[in-house]
Design a binder for this molecule. Structure first.
Ligand SMILES: Cc1cc2nc3c(=O)[nH]c(=O)nc-3n(C[C@H](O)[C@H](O)[C@H](O)COP(=O)(O)OP(=O)(O)OC[C@H]3O[C@@H](n4cnc5c(N)ncnc54)[C@H](O)[C@@H]3O)c2cc1C
Length: 569
């Protein structure tokens, strides 16, 4: 990886074969799959190791043991998705999983081990076999370090602190991106034959989230504005166990290792919701169970239930859950060896995203997406824990290979017109010059509160319509809002303004999808339609941009071997 620290000379005359946006696991894996003969650059709005992938804790799934089969992993994934995953995509993911994990092992990832030296695996939610490979509870960091070092060794160029604002489309295909170089504030046109988005999640749409401040769904909103549809946006994952207050994640691995959930009456309540799998039922079910206990008055005063690890013993807690041990002490002053940890659900993941095929391809020729920003769709209505890291590696690679093939077949990218650059240049100049007392800050706060209150674990038409009205009002205010920092250099105020606009667009797609889906499936629960209706709703919803708001279309779900059944655990 070459990173000069100086202002790179990127302008309209420098064209790349493959331009990857996002330096998380999906972005780096994509870049590593690109033919080294081609010119490839990775752009990231933060220093690469600050990508959220590094924070992943609990594990990455793969059927490695002879007693386990990838088909069982596929079945668990599809059942976990409440049958909304495209089954060909889920099968591809699971069949490729062992290869992906062994590849990382051979490249140097230090997985935790069993006594006989094989990669250790633990139980994770909704799985019939302990198949989550892990590196203690720092799996993301271990995987990331491996890819980062490999990217450095292969001299992959990374433009750090470049903020992409727009995709450029010309002659019916992708032509590159427009990006702000954060250090100078300069708007740059970067032409490319192919563009791969690996821009991660959009958790900042919600007030309570395990996601970092940078998870503002930029890539999804940019693709959507460029006419690429977003798929399954109504499916938002709420992780059952986050620390009240900051919503720092407590990995599902803590329950996978045997942790109990207890309410204020000291009842292991999961027995009433998922009698067989108990605490390791899928996340949608455990989150709803916790919310129900809280709503019915059996929680603790701080809006939590307890995660009790004490019976696991100090040795296991301090070695296999070392980060959780540190987090509980650092953020709550609680030693989990001696006391239970208070937990509550929080937004964690978006199942929906840029609609892609198995090669990461989208409706726009030359434009690909992979990782959390994409919906292949392998997670359907509910993602199983430890399947996202796998998704980043498997489909990141797919996108890199597909972009390589596209470059072999297609001629050079069409040039980026001055008009498309000028439009954004003018927009940014107007924004910097605008004198208004209305800062975007309160808009973002209202957006996050509205989504948490009205588009959370339990939904109904009334609350969704309230959210729709509130979002429309916020968009009105946003159109006249501005920034306080009028400078060029490191203007994070301006970037946060743009991110807020992305979030507003995306929130509207979540609400529209949730209104149209008059059923309960996976993470999308409608109190007014509490059953799943395969006859009407076994399909994907696709949201396309229009000036009047999202237009909702449909796409079929690919079914291969697994007929939808009632989902019990
Ligand atoms: C706390 C936590 C723990 C988790 N634990 C697990 C786990 O144990 N197992 C599992 O399977 N999953 C886990 N997940 C989910 C998983 O980590 C993520 O879904 C996955 O890592 C996302 O990777 P990514 O490569 O798609 O995006 P990210 O790693 O989020 O990277 C996004 C990249 O996009 C760049 N970017 C975004 N917008 C722009 C822009 N406008 N311009 C330029 N660059 C931009 C960012 O700079 C960044 O480099 C966890 C998630 C969290 C939050």
């Amino acid at each position: 990886m070459t990173s000069t620290g100086k202002i790179p000379k990127v302008d309209q005359t420098t064209s790349y074969d493959v331009l990857v946006v996002g330096a998380g696991l999906a972005g780096l894996r994509a870049a590593l799959a690109v033919d080294p003969e081609l010119s490839c650059v990775v752009l990231s709005k933060v220093y690469p190791v600050r990508s959220h992938s590094v924070a992943a804790q609990g594990g990455i799934n793969a059927a490695l043991d002879p007693e386990d089969r990838w088909q069982d992993h596929a079945y668990d994934t599809i059942k976990g998705s409440d049958y909304l995953a495209d089954q060909d995509a889920a099968e591809f993911l699971c069949e490729d999983a062992a290869r992906a994990v062994y590849e990382m092992e051979h490249w140097g990832t230090l997985f935790s081990r069993r006594p006989d030296g094989r990669i250790a695996q633990r139980s994770f939610g909704g799985q019939g076999y302990p198949r989550a490979c892990y590196a203690a509870d720092k799996t993301g960091r271990a995987l990331y370090q491996t890819l980062f070092e490999r990217a450095v060794a292969q001299r992959i160029t990374v433009f750090e602190e470049f903020f992409v604002v727009s995709l450029v489309v010309a002659e019916g295909r992708v032509a590159g991106v427009l990006a702000i170089e954060i250090a100078s504030g300069r708007l740059m046109a970067i032409p490319a034959r192919t563009v791969i988005f690996a821009t991660g999640g959009a958790g900042m749409m919600y007030a309570r989230t395990t996601n970092p401040y940078i998870a503002t769904g930029d890539g999804l909103a940019i693709a959507y504005r460029a006419g690429v549809p977003l798929k399954d946006m109504e499916f938002i994952q709420f992780h059952p166990t986050t620390l009240p207050g900051m919503n720092v994640l407590i990995t599902e691995g803590a329950r996978g290792e045997g942790g109990y959930l207890l309410n204020a009456e000291h009842d292991r309540f999961m027995g009433r919701y998922a009698p067989k799998l108990m605490e390791v039922a899928p996340r949608d079910i455990v989150s709803r169970a916790i919310e129900t206990e809280l709503l019915e008055g059996r929680g603790f005063a701080d809006g939590s239930v307890h995660l009790d690890l004490r019976h696991l013993g100090e040795d296991l807690i301090r070695h296999r859950l070392s980060e959780i041990y540190d987090f509980a002490i650092t953020y709550r002053g609680i030693n989990p060896v001696h006391e239970p940890i208070p937990v509550q659900p929080g937004q964690h993941y978006i199942m929906g995203g840029i609609a892609t095929g198995l090669e990461g391809q989208t409706t726009l020729p030359g434009f690909y997406a992979a990782g959390e920003c994409a919906a292949v769709s392998v997670h359907g209505a509910n993602r199983l824990g430890a399947n996202s890291l796998l998704d980043t590696l498997v489909f990141g690679r797919q996108a890199g290979l597909a972009a390589t093939r596209f470059c072999r077949e297609e001629p050079q990218a069409p040039p980026i017109s001055e008009a498309s650059w000028e439009e954004w240049q003018d927009r940014l100049a107007t924004l910097r010059a605008r004198r208004t007392p209305m800062h975007y800050g309160p808009i973002r706060a209202r957006l996050r509160a509205t989504m948490t209150d009205n588009v959370g674990t339990f939904r109904d038409r009334k609350r969704l319509q309230a959210a729709r009205g509130e979002l429309a009002a916020l968009r009105e205010v946003y159109a006249h809002a501005g920034v306080m920092d009028r400078g060029e250099v490191f203007n994070y105020d301006l970037l946060a303004f743009l991110e807020t606009g992305f979030l507003l667009d995306l929130a509207a797609t979540v609400v529209e999808g949730a209104l149209v889906r008059e059923e309960s499936r996976g993470a999308h629960w409608r109190n007014d339609f509490p059953a799943r209706h395969d006859d009407q709703f076994l399909k994907h919803f696709l949201c396309s941009w229009s000036a009047d708001g999202p237009v909702v279309g449909e796409a079929p779900v690919a079914i291969t071997h697994y007929a939808p059944k009632p989902r019990t655990y």
